[in-house]
Design a protein around this ligand. Sequence first.
Ligand SMILES: *Cc1c(COP(=O)(O)O)cnc(C)c1O
Length: 425
Amino acid sequence: MDWLSKDKEFIWHPFTQQKAAAEPIFIEKGEGSWLFDSSGKRYLDAISSWWVNLHGHGHPYIAKKIYEQALKLEHIIFAGFTHQPAIDLAVRLIPKLPGKFSKVFYSDNGSTSTEVALKMALQFWWNQDYKKRRKILAFKDAYHGDTFGAMSVSDRSVFTLAFHDLLFDVIFVETPTPENIEDLKGLIEQEGENIAAFIYEPLVQGAGGMKMYAANLLDEMLAAAKEKEIVCIADEVMTGFGRTGKLFASEHLHENPDIICLSKGLTGGVMALGVTACTEKIYQAYYNDDKRKTFFHGHSFTANPLACTAALASLDLLEDGALTAVEQLCHWNAVYLEKLKDAKNGSRAILRNLRQLGTILAFEINTGEDGYLNTIGQEITKIAMSEEIYLRPLGNTVYIMPPYCITAEEFTQLSEAIERIIQKI
Ligand SMILES: *Cc1c(COP(=O)(O)O)cnc(C)c1O
């Protein structure tokens, strides 16, 4: 059977202009850091399969736990019912979260986790004597997902172009710099009483191009926002579970969020699950005899037992050595960053903005216009694959974000291949 022609005939792939698209690669199997295609070639998964995978592919421990749970209870409606994996996960997750959280609200992906957070914050105000704070504060270059609310608080870009007239109004500001921080605090001071919530990707804006910004300046903004009782929403869908070197990026900060959004690495990247956790203050605004103050939100697969089980297994692995692997990976990254910086001073003027936070390392290629539509990325993917590496640059932004199981030898292979790729372009 010619499976690729069947794919072309029946499937519409995400973020893909089907007309110009290269044939998708048929992956048959994944093991550890490696993906194996149907022609027997292998690729090192240097972007953790869209930033989700933590412990490697086909992890036998996670697989076994899911199998055992599937035989016991695969799914159950989560209104009026509960189950062990959902309870265990909430009990184990809450003490690990950055701040004093009180409740976990489950959904099934990253976009729903931010969608839930936005609705939770807006209704938090609506529920209190109908004080209708309605504005949201967000960053330029932000990405919070692809559903309508999540799109509204994401940067206006080619991703959202067809919907701009339908997205709700948001106050977009630049990420903080020493130059603009006073203006940002001034704006919060001035507009604060109309702002319901401030949503941010702490320290790294992922889809916006792995843009990094300073913790102390975000802290200043958060302190100003808290002064005005603005609900602070940390979107840690990408940064959660070790990516930035700490379990959560918010741990690099002094100010804690009121709401935190988690997905991607939550299940080790194995099952679809979203978590939106909130503080007692948020929860109490809903806890009421007035039925209209209920949070009327849920999904068919809310708190799916198999997904919760995968998340519990991933937590086991994080507690049992994976966080040490994170530390090691951060160190390798830091050493490699210095090496790239040295090369840059020599013949490699082609690289710009070399940067790293924890397990994430990124730089821009000096060619054409910056941005997602720069086609150098596709070229790099092609060259990388001939080097047994899977990279998926965001336009001209090249980054690596490997799974934590990557070995020293594999990391060397990855970093040497990147140097060859840079030479080839
Ligand atoms: C990926 C991502 C999302 C959306 O998650 P999906 O599961 O793809 O819907 C939201 N926020 C951030 C920061 C992300 O990186």
